[in-house]
Design a binder for this molecule. Structure first.
Ligand code: HEM
Length: 409
């Protein structure tokens, strides 16, 4: 084994340093990502004891080899470090064959057709958030839109009454927001189970007694194959976990996308005006926003065996963090990667991951983004972000805005 790529716990000024908790780096991590890709494509962080992979080809290698790079110890650094067991049904943190069986169940009910059918409802929720702002001269892309519409959509899908949706949103997303520079406090399996029970058990019980044709009823009727190959109904705990996973993922990440939509198109008025005139460009614009400012910057795997990177043996049990946000700007894959360009030729980006853990909600997130942009442009073709009052949220797991006010001329 050759020496590990050097970093020190207290880097000298100008030395290459990256960790997901550094608030100063998080404010604009892209210059650091560029240096990682060029100077240390296998980077070792001594302070937090993890390796980081930042080039597009290398991220592909990590996400397409789930036997070597396992998710079963957690898919974020904070979760791996917490060293806890995950409840059955939390398949984002599981490996095959359990992951495959559990994912198949949810994929079977959360189908592209079901997602496409949501379009009119998503439009109606956008109108409900945006119409009251007409004539006010202001919009907050986060508090007025991003905090509202995805919550209504996922709440409707899961059968959570409107009166409870804010509580569910704040409970699920609150745990992802941390004090500046601090890791997340990851609750134990038992504590998470208890939280899910108190949040969702009533809706599940109600649906059991009042079946309809919704996603929850289908989940209640779904079967999963167990270890011995027998088919059985999902347990109460598995259903609770599925619902918790969907509610968390459905609220937080889509919300961050809508915040970035306001910011990036606020910064690029020429593209915005083109979109006002030509709505057929909206899907490409949303893809470019997803590539340019992804809501999730770093994910983690643990090595099930030794692997070789750039002449260095990375030992079994090491934590490998991969950076979709860096891969998305790798010039080898995305020429002029730091340039926002809605006419960029379509190339698969890394924002929804890839491989067996590819985001199950990608179609929904895209649809929400596209409809929200169309509805915003119809009402507010111009806006100016109020930079002084915009605030980034603090989180090692997601990157985006806590509040993004803008003036509307
Ligand atoms: C812009 C919005 C979104 C982004 C950027 C995003 C990103 C991601 C990424 C990168 C992964 C892979 C994680 C890994 O490889 O470890 C993932 C997985 C997942 N996402 Fe999303 N997501 C978004 C929206 C959603 C929505 C709306 C839902 C559901 C309603 C959802 C549900 C899931 C689930 C269930 C998984 C686990 C898949 C698996 O492990 O097989 N996501 N997401």
């Amino acid at each position: 084994m050759t020496d590990l790529p050097a970093t020190t716990a207290d880097p000298a000024p100008g030395a290459l340093y990256w960790d997901p908790y550094d608030v100063a780096i998080d404010a604009d991590p892209y210059p650091v990502y560029r240096r990682l890709r060029e100077e240390a494509p296998l980077y070792y962080n001594e302070r937090h004891d993890f390796f980081a992979i930042s080039r597009a080809d290398d991220v592909d290698t990590v996400v397409t080899d789930p036997a070597a790079y396992i998710s079963g110890r957690g898919a974020f650094l904070d979760f791996v470090r917490a060293g806890i067991e995950f409840p059955p049904g939390m398949f984002i943190f599981q490996d095959p064959p359990v992951h495959t069986r559990q994912r198949d169940v949810l994929a079977g009910v959360f189908t592209p057709r079901r997602v496409a059918e949501l379009a009119p409802q998503i439009r109606a929720y956008c109108a409900r958030s945006l119409d009251p702002l007409i004539g006010s001269g202001r919009i907050d892309f986060v508090t007025d839109l991003a905090d509202q519409m995805p919550m209504r959509v996922i709440g409707m899908l899961l059968g959570i009454p409107e009166s409870d949706q804010e509580l569910v949103r704040d409970t699920t997303t609150g745990s992802m927001h941390t004090d500046a520079g601090k890791p997340m406090e990851v609750a134990s399996n038992e504590a998470q189970g208890a939280a899910h029970e108190s949040l969702y058990a009533d809706y599940i019980t109600w649906r059991e007694k009042n079946p309809s044709d919704d996603l929850m009823t289908q989940l209640l009727n779904s079967e999963v194959e167990d270890e011995s190959g027998d088919r059985r109904r999902l347990t109460h705990e598995e259903i609770l976990t599925f619902v918790g996973l969907l509610a968390g993922a459905g609220n937080e990440t889509s919300g961050r996308l809508l915040g970035w939509m306001g910011k990036v198109l606020g910064d690029h008025p020429v593209d915005r005006r083109e979109l006002v005139e030509n709505r057929a460009l909206i899907p490409a614009a949303i893809e470019e926003i997803l590539r340019f400012e992804p809501p999730g910057h770093s994910f983690a795997r643990v090595l099930s065996r030794d692997v070789e990177w750039y002449g260095t043996t990375v030992p079994k049990e090491s934590v490998v963090v991969f950076l979709p946000a860096s891969a998305n700007r790798d010039e080898r894959r995305f020429p002029h990667g730091d340039v926002f360009d809605i006419h960029r030729p379509r190339t698969r980006h890394f924002t929804f991951g890839y491989g067996i853990h590819y985001c199950l909600g990608a179609a929904l997130a895209r649809l929400e983004g596209q409809i929200a942009l169309d509805e915003v442009l119809t009402r507010f073709p111009e806006w100016h972000v109020d930079e002084e009052n915009a605030r980034m949220l603090s989180s090692s797991v997601v990157r985006g805005w806590e509040t993004l006010p803008a003036s509307i001329p």
